[in-house]
Design a protein around this ligand. Structure first.
Ligand SMILES: Nc1nc2c(ncn2[C@@H]2O[C@H](COP(=O)(O)OP(=O)(O)O)[C@@H](O)[C@H]2O)c(=O)[nH]1
Ligand SMILES: [Mg+2]
Length: 177
């Protein structure tokens, strides 16, 4: 049996600097038509995504610096999985380290903090963009590659979330029993 609190209402928090693809990831998960016009998120967006037995609340937090500094801590409380999104440029990856550090201090010890090396479609044309291993080596957290504008990557992202949720569920069960 899954513990109902997590299977019914897992909270996934997307954090990352502006324009790295957080809103695109939210749309990919939500099966919405992917709108490629860039609209900076104000405050935060919250979508509910349902698949298999899971109901996820996915929070997309506006990446503007003012919001990040003011609200990141309270926004992350109660999170089951943190997804730190980068656009895979070295500069962005390095500056995402500070966000990971805030997340590490805020969430429970057993909450996974996972990096998403997004915009992997651009790595072949732009040699300055890092592949998954390059991003993981810099961030030192488990990293998955993604191209969030490609609707075919939805199942890949759901699989990543499933793997991490199932690990979180087993940890909770160990704690409860
Ligand atoms: N080439 C490419 N562009 C992407 C990808 N993901 C997002 N984008 C684009 O990057 C821009 C910013 O995306 P958005 O999701 O609004 O970023 P946010 O500020 O982190 O929410 C938009 O123009 C997206 O279409 C990707 O995987 N590849
Ligand atoms: Mg956004």
């Amino acid at each position: 049996m899954l513990s109902s609190d997590i299977s019914n209402l897992a909270k996934i928090s997307l954090i990352g600097h502006p324009a790295v693809g957080k809103t695109t990831i939210l749309k990919l998960l939500s099966k919405k038509i992917i709108n490629r016009i860039y609209l900076p998120t104000q405050g935060f967006d919250l979508n509910t995504v349902e698949f298999d037995q899971y109901r996820l609340k996915v929070w997309d937090f506006g990446g503007q610096k003012a919001y990040l500094n003011m609200y990141l801590h309270s926004y992350l409380l109660g999170t089951d999985i943190v997804l730190v999104v980068t656009d895979s440029t070295k500069e962005n990856v390095v500056s995402s380290k500070a966000l990971i550090n805030i997340a590490k201090k805020t969430v429970e010890n057993d909450c996974p903090i996972i990096a998403i090396a997004n915009k992997q479609d651009l790595t072949s044309a732009d040699k300055k963009r890092l592949g998954v291993k390059g991003v993981q080596d810099l961030l030192d957290v488990k990293t998955y590659g993604l191209t969030a504008i490609d609707p075919d990557e939805r199942n890949k992202l759901l699989d990543i979330i499933k793997i991490e949720l199932n690990k979180a569920i087993s940890r909770k069960e160990v704690k409860i029993s």
